[in-house]
Design a protein around this ligand. Structure first.
Ligand code: G3H
Ligand code: 13P
Ligand code: ZN
Length: 330
């Protein structure tokens, strides 16, 4: 059944666990996540970006999630709009059946200027008013996502800021976060504590200072009733990079956020953990591996090929459900 993000994350906060929010684009990804959730008895957050809608078409995405709810009636599902770029996008998602939306008012390049802060407050407040009237939850975002190591935002177009940023610009301010929540009434808040989108987060193996857990704790102390969200939470598994490169790929050396760091984040108040890149890596790695094995050289049935990719992705989802503690809470 579809439930709101608020319902799920209130339960997560009460029982001290985090929930991975996985991006979906097609049937196989939905099946991988749902099979993993079923195996672990975990609630799920399925999130769709603008790119997902463009790829699959909105009708297909919605029906895939309806099918997931019908096939797994015992698994609570949140259907979340990822990175809604405007109130119009969020209101549309609400009207088509999403149970949660993200109003990302910090997407603009000048995200740190007072003008942008006022804009972010205003658009987020509007979305909260409309969403809460129909029981839908809202995630806002405050701060510029970017790596504390490089000072650079993530790779993906349209997500994150341009150019080089210094340390203080890459951490959400606790005072501003408290003011933002008071003014908007969001259920969940995405904060910048050193993560960035995409596969190229860190050039060197990350250390204990990868994330600013102290900043996270400060924000959580100010906002005990607002669920904190960590975007850019892929771990970029080195095993999958090796598999991809062994079977014809060419991905340069790169590192993500270690799962143990995310678990520390969850202990310090993070409830929703956004993961997309790791799913892409596991899917592609399993696909390349299957096609590259000599016994499969004559294989041309897409079902066989995609079944391998789906199970690679499913295993990764199960690991995250277990590590973040949502397993057993469906
Ligand atoms: O935050 C971005 C997600 O990874 C979605 O990526 O816009 O390519 O679908 P996308
Ligand atoms: P990753 O690129 O680290 O998987 O982050 C995904 C994300 O934040 C989606 O909103
Ligand atoms: Zn994101």
């Amino acid at each position: 059944a579809l439930i709101s993000l608020r319902q799920l994350l209130d339960h997560a906060a009460e029982h001290d666990y985090g929930v991975p929010a996985f991006n979906i684009n097609n049937l196989e990804q939905v099946q991988a996540i749902m099979r993993a959730a079923d195996a672990c008895n975990s609630p799920v957050i399925l999130q769709a970006s603008a790119g997902a809608r463009k790829y699959a078409g909105e009708a297909f995405l919605l029906k895939l999630v309806e099918a997931a709810a019908a096939a797994y009636p015992h698994i609570p599902i949140v259907l979340h709009q990822d990175h809604g770029a405007s109130p119009a996008v969020c209101l549309h998602a609400i009207s088509t059946g999403f149970s949660s939306v993200m109003m990302d008012g910090s997407l603009m390049e000048d995200a740190r200027t007072p003008a942008n802060y006022a804009y972010n407050v205003e658009v987020t407040r509007q979305v909260v008013l409309a969403a809460h009237a129909v029981g839908v939850s809202v995630e806002g975002e405050l701060g510029v996502l970017g790596s504390l190591e490089t000072g650079l935002a993530g790779e993906e177009d349209g997500v994150g800021a341009e150019g080089h940023l210094d340390h203080s610009q890459l951490l959400t301010s606790p005072d501003e976060a408290a003011d933002f929540v008071a003014q908007t009434g969001v259920d969940a808040l995405a904060i910048a504590i050193g993560t960035s989108h995409g596969a190229y987060k860190f050039k060197r193996p990350p250390t204990r200072e990868t994330l600013s857990i102290s900043r996270l704790r400060e924000i959580h102390a100010r906002l005990p009733n607002t669920h904190l969200v960590m975007h850019g939470s892929s771990s970029v598994p080195q095993e999958w990079l090796r598999v991809i490169n062994e079977y014809g790929g060419e991905i340069p050396e790169t590192y993500g956020v270690p799962v143990e760091e995310i678990v520390k984040g969850i202990r310090s108040g993070v409830r929703k953990v956004n993961i997309d890149t790791d799913l892409r890596l596991a899917f592609t790695g399993a696909l390349r591996c299957f096609l590259g094995q000599s016994e499969h050289r004559a294989e041309f049935d897409p079902r066989k090929i995609l079944a391998a990719a789906t199970s690679g992705m499913q295993a990764l989802c199960q690991e995250r459900f277990e590590a973040f503690g949502s397993a057993g809470h469906a």
